[in-house]
Design a protein around this ligand. Structure first.
Ligand code: PRP
Ligand code: URA
Length: 209
């Protein structure tokens, strides 16, 4: 599928299966999401550009590879995005962070914004927007369009589960934004939940249901 990378690493798939299980506890769900986010972060940053700088090892001077350009920006789509964000910050501690507060209206499934705070200089940074769930894609597209209005140009989207309907809507709205996901599920149900899915990611992370 054009512009969609499915991260089918066995460790990701194994951990995701435990997360899907309705008997998995809130604590285990959060820990697994953090662990998976390390592996997903590795994939979503695979093509970052490198430059070199001169360093001295204890043995001799060398031209050593380092990341090129300004610090990355991770944009967390609240609240469930924070479950991916925390692990990604373990891997890239110097990353800047944007927060986009959105919730889905349960009737219309439209994304309602309640908070937005982002670094001011998004235009010359790689921005990775994160949210575990891509269902209708209303939340992801609203968040990314907001980041674009703030100047972001080089954006990629990282999630855990995607529905085919969400991928289609996302591709129509944002044809140039690559999607990385651990799995592509079957479909959405009549309430806009991913099937087979894992339920409500925010509720399962924070024990709010
Ligand atoms: C969930 C999820 C996504 C959104 C996905 O958030 O974390 O943000 O739904 O659905 P969509 O693709 O149809 O927009 P929710 O609105 O439940 O908010 P929460 O993260 O605060 O629980
Ligand atoms: N949001 C969730 O948390 N889960 C779904 O299945 C769909 C949207």
């Amino acid at each position: 599928m054009e512009g969609v990378t499915i991260v089918d690493h066995p460790l990701v798939q194994h951990k995701l299966s435990i997360m899907r299980d309705k008997n998995t506890s809130t604590g285990s769900f959060r820990r697994l999401l953090r662990e998976i986010s390390l592996l997903l972060c590795y994939e979503v940053t695979r093509d970052l550009e490198l430059t070199t700088k001169t360093i001295e090892t204890p043995m001799q001077e060398m031209e050593a590879p380092t990341l090129k350009g300004k610090k990355l920006v991770f944009a967390s789509i609240l609240r469930a995005g924070n479950g991916l964000l925390e692990g990604m910050l373990d891997l890239v501690p110097s990353a800047r962070v944007a927060h986009v507060g959105l919730y889905r209206d349960h009737e219309t499934l439209e994304a309602i914004e309640y908070y937005y705070k982002a670094p001011t200089d998004l235009s010359d940074r790689v921005v990775i927007a994160v949210d575990p769930m891509l269902a209708t894609a209303n939340s992801a597209t609203a968040a990314i369009e907001k980041l674009q209005q703030s100047g972001a140009k080089d954006i990629r989207f990282l999630c855990l589960l995607a529905a085919p309907e969400g991928i289609e809507n996302f591709r129509k709205a944002l044809p140039d934004v690559p999607i990385f996901t651990a799995a592509l599920d079957s479909h959405l149900n009549e309430k806009g939940y991913i099937i087979p899915g894992l339920g409500d990611a925010g509720d399962r992370m924070y024990g709010t249901k």
